[in-house]
Write a protein that binds this ligand. Structure first.
Ligand code: ADP
Ligand code: MG
Length: 320
């Protein structure tokens, strides 16, 4: 048992000199000065042990992921990260855990110029809640409600590896050691697509990040926009590791696997060249996987155009 108390551990692991903030950790509130003509984009995500992460995850990867899933929400809005708060509940003061956790967390924070300005620390089950604050020029945020019939549908990166890792942990997929380490990295250390989100401002008509599975997250966009979609399941960008799996697992991981943190977005057909340019400029691969139509709901076809029956739904914390 360490002798470190609440305020010592905040000072040791979560306090650093302020950068852009007016006031950081240490007072009753942090103070931020929004840029002229900017709107603040705010999002919270909570990670609960056994629910959002396994107890086997390395502390630095957990620190990374806790912030990554929040930065991914800013990316989906086309907002630039500014600052975040950290509410942390943990069973005991474990300095090896705290050192690794804060290292992974603050490394990703530095990579995106997003500073830790406050939070709360308490004893309890391991639970991490981060709130991020970002900036976007007034009126330019990417929303779920902007998809229109005729738009192209795109996804960044590859989808399905995090779900494949989860299936391996559950014992329902048998993977070689190398494959397992690669897909495990995708699950434990996702890279938020912040630069792509910024490059898609004024280009994409709608966007969402994939946290609960591509189909489920797509349905949020379709409902908010009042449109339908057709997607080609064989056009989904997959890693070589996922491509080597049986077709049913491939479809399930790609279409319904959560935890990908890729951007799913739509853009008018006339913006196709600008989408390609955004991808080139940011070095983030983007793949066209379908189109938006009038109506409601999503239809999934394979490369021959035949309908793929959907037997799986979106991840729902209160149903699975
Ligand atoms: P209060 O009681 O006024 O809410 P606390 O005593 O909980 O403040 O926290 C003291 C200071 O440390 C505050 O500025 C708070 O934002 C900050 N803080 C607490 N926990 C964390 C944490 N995990 N990460 C960063 N800052 C934290
Ligand atoms: Mg407090």
């Amino acid at each position: 048992m360490s002798a470190l108390g609440e305020f010592d551990l905040i000072a040791a692991y979560f306090t650093r000199p302020v950068q852009r903030a007016v006031l950081g950790v240490g007072d009753d509130c942090a103070l931020l000065a929004p840029g002229h003509g900017m709107q603040m984009a705010i999002s919270s995500d909570m990670l609960v042990e056994g629910r959002h992460f396994l107890s086997t995850v390395a502390p630095d990867r957990l620190g990374h992921k806790a912030l990554a899933v929040n930065l991914s929400d800013l990316a989906a809005c086309g907002a630039r990260p500014v600052a975040f708060t950290l509410a942390l509940s943990m069973p005991r003061v474990d300095e090896a855990f705290l050192a690794g956790f804060s290292r992974g967390l603050l490394a990703l924070a530095d990579a995106h110029g997003c500073e830790l300005v406050g939070g709360d620390t308490t004893q309890g089950p391991l639970n991490i809640c981060i709130t991020v604050f970002g900036e976007v020029p007034a009126g330019q945020a990417l929303l779920r409600s902007g998809a229109r019939a005729g738009d192209h549908l795109y996804v960044s990166g590859t989808v399905g590896d995090a779900r494949l890792a989860l299936e391996a942990f559950r014992g329902t997929a048998a993977l070689s050691g190398d494959t397992f380490e690669r897909v495990r990295l995708a699950m434990e250390q996702p890279q938020p697509r912040v630069t792509l989100g910024l490059a898609l401002r004024g280009v994409a008509s709608s966007a969402i990040d994939i946290s609960d599975g591509l189909l489920g997250d797509l349905r949020h966009v379709l409902r908010r926009s009042g449109v339908a979609a057709v997607i080609d399941a064989d056009a989904l960008p997959r890693s070589a590791d996922l491509s080597a799996q049986p077709v049913a697992l491939r479809y399930e991981c790609g279409l319904a696997g959560g935890d990908d943190y890729e951007l799913l977005f739509t853009a008018p057909a006339s913006h196709a060249a600008r989408v390609a340019q955004a991808s080139r400029e940011t070095g983030v691969p983007v793949t066209r996987i379908g189109r938006i139509e009038q109506g409601a709901g999503v239809r999934v076809v394979d490369h021959t155009g035949a309908e793929v029956p959907m037997t799986f739904g979106a991840f729902d914390h209160f149903k699975s």
